[in-house]
Design a protein around this ligand. Structure first.
Ligand SMILES: Cc1cc2nc3c(=O)[nH]c(=O)nc-3n(C[C@H](O)[C@H](O)[C@H](O)COP(=O)(O)O)c2cc1C
Length: 174
């Protein structure tokens, strides 16, 4: 059976190493996995519980639909000022009020930590926030796979074989 994995980058940078890692996953995913990058992070409105009602903002609807269609989610995020980027925290806040079947609740999730510096603060926060969403963190799909900007080719993909194998392992383990 074909399974769908939603890939969510916490970086909006054009040359993002986090997005490059996720883009590479779409190229190398094992057969049977349909890996899709969520591209609406910058379009999400600031979370406001008053707006968490129908009709939802179109980008919030798109986000929730993308999550519903996915069997699992993989995040890749930088650390800013010792924490998650505000834009990614905002995305996660929008997932919490979704009480429909197929929401992030109990959905398997993992992450790639591409930071050569570790970004421990961001990933501790990611785990804590995912706990509040009641997502199911799959520890074998949470990997530290350092990626530098020099490793990203002009096609936006990572060429290094060991890195590609490690990235494929993250989605295979879901
Ligand atoms: C404003 C700002 C704050 C940052 N704060 C941290 C930090 O606290 N810890 C850290 O490890 N890296 C920090 N960084 C470095 C980024 O996490 C790093 O450049 C990351 O690779 C960016 O990811 P990207 O290539 O996907 O955009 C910061 C970068 C910026 C621009």
């Amino acid at each position: 059976m074909r399974r769908t994995v939603l890939l969510v980058s916490g970086s909006l940078r054009q040359m993002s190493t986090n997005t490059a890692a996720l883009r590479t996953i779409t190229e190398i995913a094992p057969d049977g996995l349909d890996c899709r990058i969520y591209d609406g992070l910058a379009r999400l409105p600031a979370f406001n519980p008053d707006d968490d009602r129908y009709p939802l903002h179109p980008e919030v609807r798109r986000l929730r639909d993308a999550i519903h269609e996915a069997d699992a989610i993989v995040f890749s995020t930088p650390e800013y000022a010792g924490a998650l980027p505000g834009s990614l925290k905002n995305l996660l806040d929008w997932t919490i009020g979704d009480e429909q079947a197929g929401s992030i609740y109990e959905k398997p999730v993992g992450w790639v930590n591409v930071s050569p510096r570790g970004a421990d603060g961001a990933h501790a926060e990611l785990r804590a926030v995912l706990g509040y969403t009641h997502a199911r963190v799959i520890d074998s799909s949470c990997a530290h796979i350092p990626v530098t900007s020099q490793m990203v080719g002009s096609d936006g993909l990572i060429e290094d074989d060991a890195t590609r194998t490690a990235l494929a392992g993250v989605v295979s383990a879901l």
